[in-house]
Design a binder for this molecule. Structure first.
Ligand code: ZN
Ligand code: ZN
Length: 287
């Protein structure tokens, strides 16, 4: 199985690589630029080259980029919408420079315009950004739609949303990134065997399990259906050790890379959560 963490690239890409190697990650996620800004500092070709060589040398793949939080591809406000499209185009360009495998995006917030209107905006935004960045079919699926918890007017908490966005995006093929905390907070029971079986049946019917390229492994502070997006250390939230054993019991999910986005102050927090999740994956009864 593949496990990794969201690493910081503060101070340069070499720091992201050093952290990944130190934690023995077999996959990583990072931000290409500043996650709290829609402007990004472009990645230098020579820095990207050394980084890629390092990842290859240490067998770290896939490389996943998470788009900035401020992006809102569903915004009914024209100015924010245009800025978000430009920002997404820059993220795609950054992924091409880095030779990243996937770009994870949150679908967006409709801010009162409604889910259907939001979904149409998202599909249009993705197509425009892919066109601006010159995304080639050979690089697809690059963009993964993340499943979110459904706080406020967020789109993407139900698998139908991802399906409808994919159906409306004919020029770009998309994949999906699951998040255990978000799915649970959105109301998908993934912590009992029957619940997980039902959830995966729905996922497979609407999207196809093969669309899922990455899973964010996070425990959840909020209870089932709480719509609260707050990540907890693995085993210390409402999913708990038992819940993760159930998740790791499904052989289809085990073939997908798991990336931690658990709370951290230092690298030791990542080290601890990685050790816990690897132990739970080993303890799971695989069906
Ligand atoms: Zn995310
Ligand atoms: Zn989250």
């Amino acid at each position: 199985m593949k496990f990794g963490v969201h690493v910081s690239r503060a101070g340069g890409l070499h720091n992201a690589l050093r952290n990944a190697v130190e934690l023995d990650c077999s996959t990583i996620q990072m931000f290409a630029g500043n996650p709290r800004s829609l402007r990004s500092n472009p990645i230098q070709e020579n820095e990207a080259f050394d980084f890629k060589e390092g990842l290859t040398k240490h067998n770290i793949e896939p490389l996943v980029i998470h788009a900035p939080y401020l992006l809102n591809l569903a915004s009914p406000k024209e100015e924010i919408y245009e800025l978000s499209i430009q920002a997404l185009a820059r993220e795609i360009t950054g992924c091409i420079t880095l030779n990243a495998d996937y770009l994870v995006i949150h679908p967006g917030n409709h801010l009162g315009s409604g889910i259907d209107a939001g979904i149409a905006r998202i599909a249009q935004a993705i197509e425009n950004a892919a066109y601006i960045a010159g995304l080639k079919h050979s690089n697809e699926p690059l963009i993964l739609l993340e499943t979110v918890s459904g706080a406020g007017t967020e789109i993407g908490w139900a698998f139908q949303h991802q399906r409808d966005i994919m159906a409306a995006t004919d020029r770009v093929s998309l994949g999906v990134c699951l998040d255990t905390c978000h799915m649970f907070a959105a109301g998908y029971d993934i912590v009992t065997e029957e619940g997980l079986a039902g959830t995966l049946e729905e996922l497979d019917r609407l999207l196809g399990v093969s669309c899922v390229k990455i899973i964010h492994a996070n425990d959840s502070v909020g209870v089932l259906g709480s719509r609260i997006d707050r990540h907890a250390d693995i085993g210390f939230g409402e999913i708990g050790e038992k819940g993760f054993r159930v998740i790791f019991g499904d052989s289809r999910l085990r073939s997908i890379p798991f990336i931690l986005e658990t709370p951290k102050k230092t690298i030791e927090d990542d080290r601890r959560n990685l050790a816990v999740i690897k132990r739970l994956a080993e303890e799971a009864v695989v069906k």
